[in-house]
Design a binder for this molecule. Structure first.
Ligand SMILES: Nc1nc2c(ncn2[C@@H]2O[C@H](COP(=O)(O)OP(=O)(O)OP(=O)(O)O)[C@@H](O)[C@H]2O)c(=O)[nH]1
Ligand SMILES: [Mg+2]
Length: 290
């Protein structure tokens, strides 16, 4: 049995969560076209006949400017430290930067696989150049070009990971998908819909807390959640005229939650204000982000 922890890390928006979901064949991690979608570590267990890979999707590596971002960066660093192997992902079009190379120089020497994502947007020649540049700046030998969105190169990458993982017994049951509670994934689905449907700044000022998750035999589960924003003025943007935005977020989230839980749910959403919660440690803790 090959087994171990594999952190997926890299700059914001390079496609880390898309890759986790592709490996899992199930949507675990929130994805959006905007950077800084992932805020916490998301653990996904990829079970095979003779392997168990425990993937850790992480927040993007960034230069933090407020407390939430500092937390996000810490979570990414901690996951990288804990992992047996690091998948360092870049956007192939952007290429590896000197900053990336400096980071890799300090972290996980010899236990890194380079991943060039989004190669579907490039010509072959550009991809080869990006691989050569990655190798030149980091001396890393194992570099895989992939397109996570389309599933291209995923099986080759999995084989590359297995070559580098140690032998050992499985850590989790063969049918486990994750170690995180359903409640976490439900809040992430709601947050993903906010990232998808709301304008520029609002998603970043939003946190979702599940206040109630009541299972009722023979009836739909009842889920109540509060969407916290930072200012009164963000409330009407999130709610929309006549509540249309909130309705769209609610129905789209409910559909995905039902798919994830494989049972019908009744979803209630409330919007409340917690001033400047992103910058205050105590608020982050209250919101489950501590
Ligand atoms: N064209 C293309 N787009 C991709 C690919 N992989 C991911 N994307 C897109 O890139 C965007 C970001 O994807 P995510 O998976 O959320 O990226 P991330 O690295 O997890 O981002 P953060 O959590 O914000 O750090 C989304 O719009 C994806 O659809 C790919 O292989 N090709
Ligand atoms: Mg992500």
């Amino acid at each position: 049995m090959k087994t171990g922890y594999v952190a997926i890390a890299g700059r914001p928006n390079v496609g880390k969560s898309t890759l986790l979901n592709k490996f899992m064949g199930v949507k675990l991690s929130a994805i959006s076209r905007r950077p800084q979608t992932t805020r916490q570590r998301v653990l996904g267990i990829d079970n095979g006949p003779d392997y168990q890979i425990i993937f850790l999707d992480t927040p993007g590596l960034l230069d933090p400017t407020y407390a939430l971002q500092e937390k996000m960066l810490k979570i990414a660093h901690r996951s990288i430290e804990e992992a047996d192997l690091l998948l360092f992902m870049i956007d192939a079009k952007v290429g590896i930067t000197l900053e990336d190379a400096a980071f890799l120089e300090k972290n996980k020497k010899g236990r890194v696989i380079g991943v060039l994502n989004k190669i579907d947007l490039m010509e072959k020649e550009g991809v080869l150049k990006a691989i050569a540049q990655f190798h030149r700046l980091t001396a890393i030998e194992d570099i895989y070009p992939i397109a996570a969105l389309k599933g291209f190169g995923i099986n080759e990458l999995r084989r590359g990971i297995l070559e580098k993982l140690p032998e050992g017994p499985a850590f989790y049951g063969q049918d486990s998908l994750t170690d995180q509670p359903e409640k976490f994934f439900v809040s992430e689905i709601i947050r993903e819909k906010i990232f998808e449907l709301c304008g520029a700044e609002v998603p970043y000022a939003t946190a979702v807390v599940i206040d109630q998750f009541k299972e009722q035999p023979g009836r739909k589960d009842v889920i109540s959640a509060t969407i916290w924003v930072e200012k009164e003025s963000q409330k009407p943007i999130l709610i929309g005229q006549g509540g249309h935005k909130m309705k769209a977020i609610g129905s789209s989230a409910r559909r995905d939650i039902e798919k994830f839980l494989d049972r019908p749910v009744f979803l209630e959403l409330f919007v409340k204000v917690k001033k400047k919660w992103r910058s205050r440690e105590s608020d982050l803790r209250d919101l489950g982000l501590g």
